[in-house]
Design a binder for this molecule. Structure first.
Ligand SMILES: Cc1cc2nc3c(=O)[nH]c(=O)nc-3n(C[C@H](O)[C@H](O)[C@H](O)COP(=O)(O)OP(=O)(O)OC[C@H]3O[C@@H](n4cnc5c(N)ncnc54)[C@H](O)[C@@H]3O)c2cc1C
Length: 374
């Protein structure tokens, strides 16, 4: 049962927060509001390397794997500041958030030693190969198949909506390698995206960007050493991974840029309806932040945050979708180009916020199960 036990950031994290803010002011001073609105989808390889050099990737991982043995609270502060500033974090985001932790928990010693330090330096990018045509919400229906051959597997099938596959170094793909009923027989394979037989085709989204893709796997050879965890244990591992994917502040901060633009455009004397909107958003963000921090607390204690993370994501994406709509309805007649471009982008982009990482209906099903209602 979810309780959302309070978790406060230790006061020592304030000096780190100041350090991160100074770094951001120096590193990305000219990023426009529209660019910052891309939030964790903003891509800049060089920026990721700079974060790696500061020791802000793989922050909680053991030093022997290139990590920095810092606390979950410290990591929380860094990602919160990155998101609030709209820093271009996309190149390392998936690897730092979920592929690295997955390898740390289930990977072989060889995988940890060879891959994790490269993630922590911001050198490599990961993509998530879960969804397929016909297997999104119903993920257990994946049909991509790995056939055992000498020294590894030959993998054939198709993935879809694969964010960053066009720049990724590796994909962690959910693949059927053994016969079995639905959840049984699935495995996670780490696929080198330069392997012969891998074809990536961009899919343009509503905003005109192409940051997700179709990925075709045609008889791709994946060596034995690239199996992540146990063969046939893919379903359990994927669920552990989804808890990392759903637990962070990126699940309620994606529309913060238009809120900041709204505050700027209405100035110091907002009207009554503007004040009500500002108050409501601030109160909801404060509450979601406390809930999200509570999830970070669970992660730091090694507890399973799945149920709480699911609630935060459902409530958070609802807020992320409400903010642009309400700001658009309430905005004064005279706005400016910065406000309009940010608004246009977020009105279009926010439709996807409740789809990526699991749809609203699926999340509510998980919450209902957790509450004993189904
Ligand atoms: C921006 C973005 C980035 C993404 N990035 C990735 C990625 O990097 N890697 C990856 O693997 N996937 C990615 N996805 C895919 C995402 O995880 C899927 O779109 C999502 O899980 C839904 O699957 P689907 O699109 O097949 O829709 P479907 O599963 O076909 O669902 C269609 C509709 O039916 C509803 N529905 C389905 N089943 C039920 C049910 N049992 N009860 C009630 N309602 C139901 C859904 O809620 C939804 O509204 C991304 C998606 C987006 C939008």
């Amino acid at each position: 049962m979810s309780r959302f036990e309070p978790f406060d950031l230790p006061t020592e994290t304030e000096s780190l927060r100041a350090e991160v803010r100074a770094f951001l002011a120096e590193t990305i001073p000219h990023r426009t509001a529209r660019e910052r609105a891309e939030s964790w989808m903003g891509m800049d390889k060089d920026f990721s390397r700079k974060m790696g050099a500061r020791g802000w990737l793989g922050m909680t991982w053991p030093k022997k794997y290139g990590g920095h043995e810092r606390s979950f609270a410290e990591r929380y502060v860094v990602i919160e500041e990155m998101l609030a500033a709209g820093a271009p974090v996309s190149y390392h985001w998936i690897a730092d958030r979920q592929s690295g932790p997955l390898l740390l928990r289930f990977g072989t010693e060889e995988q940890r030693r060879s891959i994790l330090p490269r993630i922590a330096r911001g050198e490599i990018c990961f993509c998530i190969g879960m969804s397929e045509p016909g297997a999104g919400s119903d993920l257990a229906g994946v049909r991509t198949r790995g056939t055992k051959v000498e020294g590894g597997w030959r993998v054939s099938g198709q993935k879809i909506w694969t964010s960053n596959a066009h720049v990724a170094t590796y994909m962690i793909a959910l693949v059927r390698t053994l016969e079995g009923e639905r959840h049984a027989g699935l495995s996670q394979l780490m696929i080198d995206m330069t392997s012969p037989g891998v074809t990536v085709r961009p899919i343009e989204n509503l905003t005109g960007a192409a940051d997700f893709n179709e990925v075709f796997l045609d008889d791709v050879f994946v060596p034995e050493g690239m199996l992540v965890g146990e063969e046939g244990n893919g379903w359990k591992q994927v669920n552990a991974e989804l808890a990392f994917e759903r637990s962070g502040p990126e699940r309620y901060l994606s529309s913060i840029r238009i809120f900041q633009e709204f505050l700027r455009i209405v100035g110091p004397k907002p009207s009554e309806s503007e004040r009500i909107f500002i108050g409501q958003v601030a109160a909801q963000m404060w509450t979601l932040r406390q809930m999200s921090l509570s999830v970070a607390g669970k992660l730091s204690r090694g507890e399973d945050p799945m149920a709480d993370a699911t609630i935060v994501k459902d409530l958070g994406t609802t807020l992320e979708q409400d903010i642009p709509r309400q700001a658009q309805a309430l905005a004064p007649a005279a706005t400016d180009a910065s406000f309009d471009e940010t608004m246009r982008y977020l009105v279009q982009a926010s439709t996807s916020f409740s789809l990526r990482g699991g749809t609203r209906e699926i999340l509510r099903g998980i919450i209902a199960r957790e509450l004993g209602l189904r």
